[in-house]
Design a protein around this ligand. Structure first.
Ligand code: IDP
Ligand code: MG
Length: 139
């Protein structure tokens, strides 16, 4: 299983703008299988836990306010080379730097409200998947 799963979450800006369906379509057309998915919310505290690695960064308070501002759609995805291929599909953190045709280029509003999350390693994909889907081994 190592190497063929990643974790993503459609962020509040993209869910609020009605882009959930369009983004899921891009994910499936890129060859990712949806293993688990739900529409849910994070409290400010949960958002703080999810982004704990960034707690010393100047944007941490804004980020956790933003990520708890509306519904999100977390998913576990499956594909060969999932983590790396998915980071390519979403594009750079700042949509101004994101390649043409990437999800962030198409849908992100700003470096903060950048439409979608993608895990940066197999290890973090596992941790982040479990953060939302406690019984992921059953999927
Ligand atoms: P990533 O999502 O591309 O992996 P990270 O550096 O891990 O980018 O940052 C996590 C999230 O924090 C970003 O997706 C974005 O929402 C937000 N963020 C990152 N850098 C900035 C910044 O300079 N200003 C505001 N928000 C930021
Ligand atoms: Mg990151």
């Amino acid at each position: 299983m190592a190497g063929n799963r990643t974790f993503t979450m459609i962020k509040p800006d993209a869910v609020g703008a009605g882009n959930t369906g369009a983004i899921i379509k891009m994910i499936e057309e890129a060859g990712f299988k949806i293993v688990a998915m739900k529409k849910t919310y994070m409290s400010k505290e949960r958002a703080g836990q999810f982004y704990a690695v960034h707690k010393e960064r100047p944007f941490y308070q804004d980020l956790t306010n933003y990520m708890s501002s509306g519904p999100i759609v977390p998913m576990i995805l499956e594909k060969d080379n999932a983590v790396e291929d998915f980071r390519k599909l979403i594009g750079a953190t700042n949509p101004q730097d994101a390649a043409e045709g990437t999800i962030r280029k198409l849908f992100a509003k700003s470096i903060e409200a950048n439409a979608i999350h993608g895990s940066d390693s197999d290890e973090n994909a596992e941790i982040e998947g479990r953060f939302f889907f406690a019984d992921v081994e059953k999927f």
